[in-house]
Design a protein around this ligand. Structure first.
Ligand SMILES: [Ca+2]
Ligand SMILES: [Ca+2]
Ligand SMILES: [Ca+2]
Length: 462
């Protein structure tokens, strides 16, 4: 069963830096988890940026392990009952590895260990390496990448060492978890620590404890965002029903430290509300205002970016307004970030669009920001023979796009989206080969049965 789109895999690693854990967006819990990738530091010194112009015309073969439990590795992730796996970097070298969290044909996987197939130059290892798991707790095994039954857990690189840590943030059998601390099993070279470390939490606010990785619900809205720029996600309260100033003139930030979040928050200044909409969430799509946290000036702190404002039609049409993040808050006044003119009557007033024009905000090598247009209802060549790329600098996106030549369609399916998982062809853009440039990776092709069974086809971006 291939029903699992790895959205985070579209956000590509910065040059030479391992990407942080990419969260899986397929869970159906109500926590509104807001995982922010903390691995995108400033562009590396000496990193050379060249605007790419094409994917390779012919693919390279990248070996995948043999099918397990009658399930082929024919997509980037699977949550089927026979096999639960995903792409995630467990060797801290920046390349995503294939990690199996459960296998219906091998009960030890998900009980004592996960199986990791490290990625190499031209294949994943044929045989897996065991990655040790902590013992089950509250009658719950760690047999998935996140849990939300009696035990709530997820992967997050809490100590910024480029290895995912296993965070238990709620435990039906231990009421202290999620009240005064989270339990952290740190990720090491050969497994998670057998015993958890306590990671302290601030006191509950407005009768709400921090027993989730983020909440969009009243009375307390919070998320995990690295606002201090040290690579560790901080606990950020953006709305508090018991304190009206939070979400109106500042957010409360509890910086992440070695052994916990700070006990007392730092006030992080907010700009004034716009179009009657306060900035009371880490990202907002309301009827009047669309904004998100994006590091536009590449200083490792996410900036507050308004991409649409009903009260100012120029925003989203000629430019975005961004409020640069500093050490104690966002600037009070915005800076304009130019955006290209609308295409096919679709404005660039969002980070992604899947209507008449498909576009997606992304990161290229060296952490360069860019917008990729993968299809355009008014221009059929886009998505059949090329994508359009608008690269960004500190002031905005290019006004005119650079075409990126695509490989020829396969099995009658053209590459008209950044990721597609349909019956004839499955592909995604991710940084699979060593070298930190994005690759177009075909994981299955109904017209070529060996793809997904013995190898994936990889078209590097050049
Ligand atoms: Ca870690
Ligand atoms: Ca931080
Ligand atoms: Ca910034």
């Amino acid at each position: 069963m291939r029903t699992h789109l790895v959205v985070g895999a579209l956000l590509l690693a910065a040059c030479g830096q391992p990407s942080g854990h990419r969260s899986s967006n397929s869970n159906s819990n109500n926590d509104n988890q807001d995982h922010h990738d903390s691995g995108n530091g400033p562009a590396s010194v000496g990193c050379t940026t060249e605007t790419p112009s094409a994917f390779a015309a012919t693919p390279s073969s990248f070996g995948v392990p043999a099918p397990r439990c009658n399930q082929a590795f024919d997509w980037a992730a699977s949550t089927s009952t026979s096999l639960n796996y995903e792409l995630s970097d467990f060797t801290a070298d920046g390349q995503p590895d294939l990690v199996v969290a459960s296998d219906q044909c091998d009960a030890s996987v998900g009980d004592s260990h996960w199986d990791v197939y490290p990625a190499g130059a031209s294949s994943f290892a044929a045989q897996p390496t065991s990655y040790a798991l902590p013992a089950a707790r509250c009658n719950t095994q760690f047999d998935a990448f996140l849990g939300y039954q009696s035990l709530h857990y997820a992967l997050l690189d809490l100590d910024a060492d480029h290895r995912s840590d296993l965070i238990v943030y709620h435990d039906n059998c231990d009421a202290s978890v999620g009240v005064d601390h989270w339990d952290v099993y740190r990720g090491g070279a050969t497994g998670f620590s057998a015993q958890p470390t306590s990671y302290s939490l601030p006191a509950a606010r407005c009768n709400t404890s921090f027993d989730s990785l983020g909440s969009a619900a009243s009375p307390l809205t919070y998320g995990l965002v690295d606002l201090t720029g040290d690579g560790r996600a901080d606990l950020v309260v953006t709305h508090d029903q018991c304190d009206a100033s939070v979400g109106s003139d500042h957010w409360d930030v509890y910086p992440a430290g070695d052994s916990g979040f700070a006990a007392q928050p730092i006030a992080f200044a907010l700009p004034a509300a716009r179009c009657n909409q306060p900035f009371d969430s880490v990202s907002g799509v309301t009827s009047s205002l669309t904004y998100a946290l994006v590091d536009l000036d590449q200083d490792a702190r996410p900036d507050l970016v308004v991409t649409h404002d009903d009260c100012d039609p120029a925003v989203g049409s000629t430019h975005w307004d961004f409020y640069r993040a500093g050490s104690s808050g966002f600037m009070a006044q915005p800076t304009a970030y130019s955006v290209p003119a609308a295409r096919c009557n679709r404005a660039f007033d969002s980070l992604a669009s899947s209507s008449s024009v498909h576009y997606q905000w992304t990161k290229l090598q060296c952490g360069v920001n860019a917008m990729i247009v993968t299809s355009d209802d008014c221009d059929s060549a886009v998505g059949t023979d090329h994508w359009d790329l608008y690269t960004g600098d500190a002031h905005g996106l290019q006004a005119a796009p650079t075409p990126i030549t695509l490989p020829a369609p396969r099995c009658n399916q053209s590459f008209d989206a950044a990721a597609e998982n349909v019956s004839s062809l499955s592909y995604l853009m991710t940084d699979l080969l060593p070298g930190s440039t994005p690759d177009l990776v075909v994981t299955s092709d109904q017209c070529a049965s060996d793809v997904g069974a013995s190898h994936w086809d990889v078209y590097p971006l050049k």
